[in-house]
Design a protein around this ligand. Structure first.
Ligand code: ACO
Ligand SMILES: O=CC(=O)O
Ligand code: MG
Length: 370
């Protein structure tokens, strides 16, 4: 057996957990070595398309250079009688389109569906060398990731794939949220996680009928004015998703994987979409899903740090020297911790600018203005 001592010694161990020694071993003979660190590639927007819809599939070559990730969706939003067509369409698109630097992901059907097994068998063996990430919906626990992990390793070995395909979980069930830390750390294959607010709302029995975003009824109201009890009282809409996104961000950061906001279904409400995406960005998410071409530009704008923020971050870094001590810049105290925050912004800007000439120019111009 290819495994280490823990697994050889106790088959029960193998069934339930991997010893730390075995964590980075391939799960099938002939499968590629797992990655040690999740590669940080720009993924500001994960653009969903239905590969079985000829009109959408025809747009893929034109959309590919404008997005960081293209995702062939096989799960929800693809009708039950179109599942095979979507799967075949994705194989066709993956084989025929040049994606350049753009990543190709898929969202397979949920593990309890009649289609998930064939999704994995077909996609890994036919286009596994082109697929960067497999998104798995409705992940409930580490066991779901372990199942996919082993099966993908077997299929990678069969197909002779040399670069491991990574796995992304959708956080969209109460059990998934309760187990978010163990899911994040379940496998070196874990690339990241997205919030799935629509299914999460349904399975939590929330009383909403939307795909993400806020709700006017979820609010805090200003206290009544004692002198004028009938005077109007301001209301402040609250964010339904703050708690879950914050938990997801912590779990992902603790395990070195990437967090994403998921879908915003009110396509016409571009302002609301931008706000929801920005909240996620500020909390630590690196991207969001775009369901419609109009959301691509919103995600690009929001998940690329603003040029003035990048210029500020670079200024603080320059002023802080080795990053220790305290200095005052424009009346604001800077120390080791703000230095590190600024490094996050500056490093993200650098990575994005390497791929995006427009951003590169905007960041350079903002630096000259200072
Ligand atoms: C809760 C969840 O699981 S969310 C994830 C699952 N949902 C999805 O993946 C939905 C993906 N998006 C869609 O299916 C569509 O955008 C819809 C159904 C929401 C709206 O589609 P339409 O009614 O066709 O929108 P609209 O008329 O504005 O489309 C304009 C053009 O953009 C195209 N288009 C729309 N969405 C996309 C897309 N995601 N990718 C590529 N092209 C698209 C349309 O085909 C149309 O093309 P045309 O001008 O040649 O006719
Ligand atoms: O899959 C996404 C969701 O919101 O549900
Ligand atoms: Mg869902």
């Amino acid at each position: 057996m290819a495994g280490g001592g823990g697994r050889d010694a106790d088959p029960i161990w193998e069934m339930w957990m991997r010893s730390p020694k075995d964590f980075f071993r391939p799960l099938a003979v002939g499968a590629p070595e797992p990655v040690r660190d999740v590669p940080f590639r720009p993924s500001r927007m994960i653009h969903f398309f239905d590969p079985g819809n000829p009109k959408m599939a025809a747009k893929v070559p034109a959309i590919a250079p404008t997005v960081d990730v293209l995702l062939g969706n096989l799960e929800d939003a693809v009708a039950a009688d179109r599942k095979e067509a979507a799967r075949a369409g994705l194989v066709e698109v993956a084989k025929s389109v040049d994606f350049g630097e753009t990543q190709l992901w898929t969202r397979i059907n949920s593990l309890d569906s009649p289609w998930a097994l064939d999704d994995l068998l077909t996609l890994v063996t036919e286009i596994g060398d082109r697929l960067d990430v497999i998104m798995v919906p409705k992940v409930e626990s580490a066991a779901d990731i372990h199942y996919v992990d082993r099966l993908v390793a077997q299929l990678e070995a069969r197909a002779g794939i040399r670069r491991p395909i990574l796995v992304h979980a959708i956080l969209e069930t109460p059990a998934g949220v309760a187990n978010v830390e163990e899911i994040a750390g379940a496998s070196p294959r874990m690339q990241g996680m997205s919030l799935g607010p629509a299914d999460l709302a349904a399975s939590r029995r929330m009383k909403t009928t939307r795909v993400g975003g806020g709700h006017p009824g979820y609010l805090v109201r200003q206290d009544p004015d004692g002198e004028r009890p009938d005077a109007p009282r301001a209301v402040f809409q609250q964010d339904l998703w703050h708690y879950t996104i914050a938990r997801m961000v912590d779990a992902c950061a603790a395990h070195g994987i990437l967090p994403y906001y998921g879908p915003f279904g009110d396509i016409k409400d571009t302002v609301g979409c931008e706000d929801q995406f920005r909240n996620a960005f500020l909390l630590g998410c690196v991207g969001a899903w775009s369901l419609h071409p109009v959301q691509i530009g919103i995600a690009k704008k929001v998940f690329s740090p603003a040029p003035e923020d990048v210029a500020w971050a670079r200024r603080v870094i320059a002023a802080m020297g080795d990053g220790t001590g305290a200095v005052m810049i424009d009346g604001k105290m800077q120390d080791d911790a703000t230095f590190k925050q600024c490094q996050v912004v500056a490093e993200l800007a650098e990575t994005l600018a390497a791929r995006d000439a427009e951003l590169r120019a905007a960041y350079a111009a903002a630096g000259e203005d200072r």
